[in-house]
Design a protein around this ligand. Structure first.
Ligand code: ADP
Ligand code: MG
Length: 324
């Protein structure tokens, strides 16, 4: 099967169209229409086999995740997703892989009415680069730089489930009692993250700063704090953990997953204390919650405390490529 046949397999599954796609897959580039008064928000993320997903991950899940991680970046900006581009490097012209990959990718694309408008298909070690684009009203984007000392720090959903799933996979646990329930529930959090698009939209005009948690809470909140010129204090006992994670792992281990495990794809954001009620109202209508986990302080750095006010020194702070 040739490159053009593979592209056709993808194009045939990408038939979802939008009025703002003047020209999609098929020419040298796409022609797209940004609504008046809106800014184009663009992001890109690469997934490499064995780094961003275990080699044995189902092709449908790789497809889903490759788009999900990008929609998560758009969500963190408060953007409404619109379009995606897909650059695929494949070791072989594997029709089944491409079909199943496209199935998972399109399942999520349909959910958010994202049109696949182009891409590139090459031979090479399995790697997927997706570019996602969306809109925010002028001046309406959620930035990392808007946190102020005295603000509250929140996180959506729950943290640490994906890291728990990886741990179960690597240690081979998961065949007994509560672990069985975790083994059934946690892999979906690793393989099929739910980008918090609705939360990002609801936080426009409320959140001072926002970032998505992809490399571990401490790492990513650290980036937000650096960009804002502030620090943060986190209450380790306030971290939102799923019931299954709590059943399957001891306290110290699940806390480590929540603080430093990657692949959560939740949003971490700040809001003034005065806006706490607005945050609660915004999330009352959403299918994920938001939990207050700490506060912004003037002193740089992110520190973690337990309920007794004792400082915790997490062993890991997050995930960094090229770290030595
Ligand atoms: P060119 O050689 O001009 O870059 P290509 O042959 O790479 O063109 O691509 C032909 C068309 O197919 C383009 O519109 C491109 O955006 C689209 N395309 C190629 N690969 C993919 C892919 N993996 N997913 C979606 N569209 C693709
Ligand atoms: Mg090309």
């Amino acid at each position: 099967m040739a490159e053009f046949d593979l592209i056709e397999l993808i194009r045939a599954r990408a038939m979802h169209s939008r009025g703002d796609v003047v020209l999609g897959i098929g020419d040298d580039a796409a022609l797209l229409e940004v609504p008046a008064g809106q800014r184009l928000v663009a992001c890109t993320d690469t997934l490499v086999a064995g780094v961003h997903f275990p080699e044995a991950t189902a092709p449908q899940d790789i497809g889903w995740k490759s788009l999900a991680v990008n929609l998560s970046d758009l969500a963190a900006m408060g953007a409404q997703p619109a379009w995606a581009m897909l650059a695929l490097a494949l070791p072989l012209a594997d029709v089944r892989f491409v079909e199943q990959f496209a199935e998972g990718f399109m399942e999520l694309a349909r959910q958010f009415e994202v049109a696949l408008v182009g891409g590139d298909t090459t031979r090479g070690p399995l790697g997927i680069t997706v570019t996602a684009m969306g809109f925010v009203p002028e001046g309406g984007a959620l930035l990392r730089s808007g946190a102020r000392a005295g603000d509250a720090v929140f996180v959506t959903g729950t943290l640490g489930d994906a890291a728990g799933a990886l741990e179960m996979r690597e240690s081979g646990i998961g065949n007994r009692g509560p672990e069985t329930r975790a083994a059934a529930a946690l892999p979906a959090r690793l393989n099929r993250p739910e980008p918090r698009v609705a939360a990002g939209l609801a936080l426009r005009g409320i959140a001072g700063a926002c970032i998505d948690v992809s490399d571990g809470l401490l790492e990513d909140l650290g980036h937000l704090c650096c960009a804002s010129g502030v620090g943060a204090e986190i209450d380790a006992d306030a971290l939102p953990l799923s019931p299954v994670l709590q059943e399957a792992f001891p306290a110290a281990q699940r806390r480590g997953f929540a603080l430093a495990g990657g692949d959560d794809y939740e949003l971490c954001f700040t809001a003034s204390e005065a806006d706490s009620a607005r945050v609660a109202r915004a999330f009352a209508a959403l299918d994920c919650g938001a939990t207050r986990i700490g506060r912004v302080v003037a002193q740089p750095g992110v520190r973690v405390f337990d309920a007794n006010g004792k400082t915790l020194e997490p062993r890991r702070r997050g995930w960094q490529h090229f770290a030595t």
